[in-house]
Structures are given as C-alpha cells and as structure tokens.
Design a protein around this ligand. Structure first.
Ligand SMILES: [Zn+2]
Length: 510
C-alpha cells in the first residue's frame, strides 16, 4: 500500500511529466483524493464493495455482448464476487478471439457459440489526434464482423456503475496484424533481419502505446487498466526456446541504448549469434560436445558477458513502455488503477526475468502486478515448455526428474506436494504453489506495489479442475498476502461451480 507521501510524490511526478512535449496535459478537476489511489475500490459507494478485496475477472468482450451486459454482470457478481471486470479493449495477441464450443462453459445461461474468425480484434473507437507522435495506427475494424457496430466500453459503464462494478480495459501486445506501418518498428536480429515483434526501444512503438491509452482514457470512463506482453527476452528465447527466431534487438535505437550503458553492441551481437548457433546445434542431432553441454554454455557467457548486459537493457526498455503508459494514464485520470499482466513463464519458471528486477523496482509505474498463477495448467506447461525444452538445449545432461527437482528447489515450491515427472500431464500444481508464489512476490514488492493473484481454472488442456481446489487456491492467494485476485483465464471458459468456489473464498476472506 502506498503512503500518502508516496502518493504525493507520484502525483507531482505525473504533473511534471505532463509538461513535457507531447504529453497529455492533466485535465482540471480530475485529481482524485489520495484515498482513491490508496484503495482503488474505495471510490465505490458505501457497502460491501468498499471493503472487499479487489476481485477482477478477465473476459473476452464478445462474451458480455452475447450473454447480455446486465445478465453477465449479475452472474459474475453473484457467483465470483467480482467487483472489477476486464474485457479486452484490444486483442492484438490473437488472430481470433473466441473458443471452440467444447472449451466454453456450458452453464452461463446461453448456449455456447463458436465465433472464431468472426470477431473484431479492437473494441474501441480511435481518434487520430492522439497518434500525432507515431507513424503507427490501429487498422479500422471490418464492419461485417460480429458486434463491430457496438461500443462496449461506452455501453457497459452505466450497468456496471449501477452494480458497483468497476470497469477496466485489458490489452495483450501482439504481432502487429492490426497495426498499420508495423514493419517499420520490428526488431532487428543478429543477422540484420527483421524480427517478428516490435522493438521496445523504437520511439514510434513507445508513442503508439501512449497514444492508445490516452485515447482510451480520454474517451471512456475507465477505472482500471491491465497490459501485458507475452514474450521472452533474447537470452531465455535461446536457452528455453519459445521459437527458433534469432536473437533481437540490434536496431539503431537498441544499439544507442547499449552504448549509453557502456556495452559494446558488436560484442553483444557476436555473443548472441554464437550462443544461438551453439544451441541450434544442440537441438539438432549433432553429437554433444565432449567438454560438456552446460560447460560450453557457460563458456559463452564468460567470453561474452555482454550477453547478460544486453538482456538487462532489453528488460529496462520493456519497462520504459510500462512507464510511458502509466504516466500517460495518470495524467488523465490519477485515480485509475494501472498494472501489468505477468504471464505464466515469468511468474513460474523464467528465472532470468525473476533475477533481473524485483517487483519493488517496478513500483514507481505500477499500482499492481497481476501474476498468472494458474496452478492446474502449470503442470503440463512445465513438462512441455520447461523440462522438455531445457532437455533439448543446455540442460541435456540432467534427467527430467533431476531437472524438475532443481526447478522446485530453486523456485521454492514443495517437491513433496507438487507433481512428479510422470504426473505432470495428469495432475496440476497444488494451491500451495499459489501460496508460495504470492508470498514470494509480496516480498519482492516490499509493500511498494500491490500483488494481484491470477487464479486460473478451466483452461483448455488443463488437468481437471474441481471447485474445492479452486476454492483452496483462492484462499491461499489471500493467505500469501495478495491484495486481490484476477479470475482467469477467460470468462467464457469458466464453469459456474468454479466461479462460485472463488466467490466463497472471497466472501470468507473479508
Ligand atoms: Zn531495437
């Protein structure tokens, strides 16, 4: 929780920032009372909502429009004790919102409907005047798509206010499919080729995000905002490869940043190229190096310490994007509750992300950090996305069992309680994992930012959920010190008994 002094310091920083060229001037009369920032929910009318913990829910926008705004809000409030709803304003991360019918909850009162390929990616109206500092633009929405004529964030405000439910917008960064001129801001890899994602350091990309949130908060009466980018840094993407893309970014902006930090960009690039090529070789069926697979990994890091320094700059430049959005939003609406989606990899197995920075260090531009702590689906993910991948790269000398035990020990999870190797595809992680990860994160935040636990259930591909485990996981999140929870992953997947289990734990908690 922030102290009053911290609040005032932040507020003055916000107003100072608003005098910079290109920044949005703070609107008169929008400065909220400090309490509105200290307790994001305290602005709610008197009653249970004012004292209940933050309970958000992630939702695809079409769910609410399909089920009906009022009935949907009633359902999530009654079952899950939800007090803040987060539809996507922009679904940049996906080619297609919506789920196959078999993955949708059948018990929401309306029959599941397969809308894949028929839904917009962007659910807000944009205004060109906010995009003056960037060449990027959001592509217009195809008017023939389902619900393209609706303006969800305008339509849902009053029904939400009537029920003391707050409205947040949620965005996941993505490939650029919905963004004009995106090719200009793509990363540049070690071979000088364009990468698949945008560069955090490109001014047009940074300004694009400020423009998006300025437009959003000037035109919609939003209470909260959550933004995330599910992508790995260059080092992890080599040693624990999500894809085979060559390491990035070595564009002129990143080169300048590296130089300013005292790093030789050519050495960094060479180090990354050699490490990448080494791991690519490991992944092929070539004979293993007789000196040792892990040993030679270490040799690269020792010869090219620039690899680590470059990775850290990557992270800092990503954090600058957070800071830019935060400052922009606070200049428009100081009471907005603004925070970041930290996906399952950084929360649950990316030790590089964990080592780079504490959550306290992110606090100056984070009202909250929302952690993905989906306990059931984590087990198959650890098998496929951690153990198997490391086995094919730098940890091939360990058996899967050894690798899993080391993982449990390093991350502080209880190997007596969590699944064994051969159980990972059938049995989820336990509610104790949620407790331990929340507790660790609260310690990392040092009281400077709030930890919101993303409780996930009914995620496709997950070992079966049951309401008792969902209840326990929610309870454990509060016991670990979470300020609140985010019911995840998508509302359309969530079965009512599991939503009710969350609601039960929330109501018992306060
Ligand atoms: Zn770059």
């Amino acid at each position: 929780m922030k102290t009053r002094r911290e609040f005032l310091r932040e507020l003055s920083a916000v107003f100072a920032a608003s005098t910079l060229p290109g920044a949005i001037p703070a609107m008169a009369g929008t400065a909220a009372a400090p309490s509105a920032i200290l307790h994001p929910l305290s602005a709610a009318p008197a009653g249970a909502a004012a004292t209940s913990p933050f309970v958000g829910i992630q939702m695809s926008p079409h769910s609410m429009l399909y089920e009906g705004i009022g009935p949907c809000l009633d359902l999530i409030q009654r079952t899950g004790a939800v007090n803040t709803v987060f539809p996507y304003s922009h679904a940049f991360h996906t080619n297609s919102l919506g789920q196959p019918i078999k993955e949708q909850a059948p018990d929401h009162g309306k029959p599941p409907l397969d809308l894949r390929g028929k839904l917009p990616m962007v659910w807000t109206k944009h205004h060109d005047e906010y995009f003056k500092n960037t060449s990027l633009r959001v592509k217009p929405t195809d008017p023939s798509l389902q619900f393209a004529d609706r303006d969800l964030f305008k339509e849902m405000i009053k029904p939400s206010r009537d029920r003391n439910i707050k409205v947040g917008a949620r965005i996941l960064e993505g490939s650029g499919r919905a963004v004009e001129n995106f090719d200009q801001v793509r990363t540049i890899d070690v071979y000088g080729k364009r990468g698949s994602r945008a560069c955090w350091g490109h001014p047009d990309y940074r300004e694009f995000w400020k423009a998006i949130v300025a437009d959003l908060f000037n035109h919609y009466d939003l209470d909260a905002f959550q933004w995330g980018a599910e992508r790995m840094g260059p080092l992890m993407n080599i040693i624990l490869p999500w894809n085979n893309d060559a390491p990035t970014c070595f564009c002129p902006h990143c080169v300048e940043r590296g130089k300013a930090a005292g790093i030789d960009p050519e050495r960094a690039k060479e180090g990354y190229r050699l490490l990448y090529e080494y791991v690519q070789q490991l992944k092929s069926n070539a004979p293993k190096p007789p000196e040792g697979v892990y040993t030679l990994y270490l040799r690269h890091i020792i010869r090219y310490p620039e690899i680590l320094s470059w990775q850290y700059q990557y992270r800092l430049s990503r954090e600058d994007v957070h800071r830019g959005m935060y400052t922009t939003i606070k200049a428009i609406k100081p009471s907005a509750y603004v925070g970041w989606h930290v996906d399952q990899q950084p929360t649950s197995w990316d030790v590089v992300y964990r080592a780079e920075m504490s959550y306290a260090e992110m606090a100056p531009y984070s009202d909250f950090i929302k952690l993905i702590l989906y306990h059931e689906i984590l087990a198959p993910r650890i098998k496929a996305w951690y153990l198997d991948r490391f086995k094919s790269t730098i940890l091939s000398e360990l058996s899967l069992e050894e690798s899993l035990n080391i993982y449990y020990d390093i991350f502080g999870y209880d190997k007596q309680v969590e699944p064994k190797v051969d159980e990972l595809t059938k049995k989820g992680f336990s509610p104790d994992f949620v407790y331990r990860e929340v507790k660790r994160s609260v310690a990392s935040a040092q009281g400077k930012t709030q930890i919101i636990a993303g409780i996930g259930f009914d995620v496709p591909g997950s070992p079966p959920d049951d309401p008792e485990r969902v209840y326990q996981a929610t309870k454990k999140a509060f016991e670990g010190g979470a300020t609140g929870i985010m019911i995840s992953r998508e509302y359309e997947e969530m079965r009512i008994p599991n939503l009710e289990a969350v609601g039960r734990a929330v109501r018992e908690h306060h």
